[in-house]
Ligand binder design. Structure first.
Ligand SMILES: Cc1cc2nc3c(=O)[nH]c(=O)nc-3n(C[C@H](O)[C@H](O)[C@H](O)COP(=O)(O)O)c2cc1C
Length: 192
């Protein structure tokens, strides 16, 4: 059975990115995939301290909840990341998690070891929400960060749903088209 990992990056449960992510999860499940949802805010995640410990073996020397997630990342067929825009970037919780993926960078560029289990790359998709209404660069920081994260993990960036103009929890429910698009994106994720 194909496996999709859904990384939920907002501290706000049942918020806008959560609602869109849950739609994408339903879509992925409808396509027959098994979905593992990782709620970053519930995990104890220390920030990377740049000790370069991972340069030796490609493993992190900090033993907290990230250790249990590494294995999910490398054997997933699809990854969906959902985050709100916080000061033009991803949430601090999600950024701390992404920075802790430095061992994969070390594996790839220092140790020249494969990052993923098995052959080929996974397919990745981004969901991001923001309060502001427009502005070309509103999601630029989030997109760049997630693309860099995917690149290091050999995850193909297959697309995104960017939802602006939603501030309060649940406002995204008024955007029926985006809810449907999120479901469809989850359903199609593994077919790219
Ligand atoms: C700390 C913080 C920083 C934020 N920064 C921005 C921002 O830079 N631009 C923006 O449009 N919205 C910003 N927002 C609003 C959220 O992106 C918006 O409410 C979003 O819908 C929240 O998604 P969620 O419900 O999934 O948490 C910020 C909210 C918080 C709490």
């Amino acid at each position: 059975m194909k496996k999709v990992v859904a990384i939920f990056g907002s501290p706000r449960v049942n918020g806008n990115s959560d609602i869109l992510l849950n739609q994408a999860i339903k879509g992925a499940e409808a396509s027959g995939a098994k979905v593992e949802k990782i709620v970053i805010r519930d995990l104890q995640i220390a920030p990377c301290n740049a000790c370069d410990g991972c340069f030796e073996k490609g493993t992190c020397v900090i033993y907290d909840d990230v250790q249990q997630i590494y294995s999910h990342l490398v054997d997933a067929d699809g990854i969906i990341v959902a985050s709100p825009v916080y000061f033009m970037s991803v949430s601090a919780q999600l950024k701390a998690f992404i920075d802790r993926c430095q061992p994969f960078w070390a594996k790839k560029y220092i140790l020249h070891l494969p990052v993923r289990k098995g052959m080929g790359s996974a397919n990745g998709f981004l969901i991001a929400t923001a309060a502001r209404n427009a502005g070309d660069d509103l999601f630029a920081g989030v997109i760049k960060t997630i693309k860099a994260f995917f690149h290091v993990l050999d995850i193909k960036y297959t697309g995104e749903i960017l939802c602006c103009g939603v501030e309060e929890k649940g406002m995204v429910n008024m955007k029926r088209d985006l809810l449907q698009r999120a479901f469809d994106a989850g359903k199609q994720l593994l077919t790219w």
